[in-house]
Design a protein around this ligand. Structure first.
Ligand code: 3PG
Length: 208
């Protein structure tokens, strides 16, 4: 069986989406898939998250779907029921991790210092989101965290752009990068699928 890590590592870019209207996920997913991004993280920063995940799962049974900004057990349960493949949280919340382990869904929690890395390791997690990447010291901090924890793989997120993504992806044990730059909220709200497609294509071409 292909693991979540392997699936994410094969795509390398996770578009992080906040939906105002759940239905926007339909043209948005079409645009992402046309540009070889068969993955989407839909955040719980808006009320449309659960319906957006449900719609995406219904229309794209094979798409890799993450639920982002998951802050508690209730949201993790709703995300799983709606069809998410994995959960992402901005920080390391042991209660959310326990909930995900109990209901049987992978979680990638956010960390940005040695203490939280060790707490995550103790709970059996070795794939972690490095968040907020740029504000936490960027590549220097990431390398400093990778050094002692040889079993950990990171997904840097927060401040990743077309300009810096390749510097992150070049680092060993960086599985992928996450970011909203190609799916900015205002572009979704204005239905600017062409611009989103252009940004997605540019990002995908960079990593080639
Ligand atoms: C997240 O939810 O992980 C971040 O908001 C993504 O960060 P970015 O908006 O700086 O890409």
């Amino acid at each position: 069986m292909i693991t979540l890590d392997q699936q994410i590592a094969a795509i390398k870019i996770i578009p992080i989406i906040t939906l105002e209207h759940a239905q926007d996920i339909i043209p948005l997913a079409k645009t992402l898939i046309e540009n070889d991004l068969n993955i989407a993280e839909i955040t719980f920063r808006s009320n449309a998250a659960v319906e957006g995940i449900r719609l995406l799962r219904e229309t794209h049974p094979d798409m890799l779907i993450g639920a982002g900004t998951v802050l508690n057990r209730e949201q993790a349960i709703m995300a799983k029921k709606a069809g998410a493949n994995f959960i992402v949280s901005p920080g390391f919340n042991p209660n959310t991790v326990i909930a995900c382990q109990e209901i049987g869904i992978d979680i990638i929690p956010g960390v940005n210092n040695p203490t939280t890395v060790e707490l995550a390791l103790e709970m059996g997690l070795t794939t972690l989101k490095f968040f907020p990447a740029e504000a936490s010291g960027g590549i220097n901090m990431l390398k400093a965290l990778l050094a002692p924890y040889t079993q950990v793989k990171f997904i840097p997120t927060g401040g990743i752009t077309q300009e810096n993504i390749n510097d992150y992806l070049a680092i060993e044990r960086v599985l992928a990068c996450g970011g909203s730059w190609m799916v900015e909220q205002n572009l979704i709200q204005e239905g600017r699928w062409d611009e989103i497609g252009k940004r997605a294509k540019a990002a995908v071409n960079l990593k080639k």
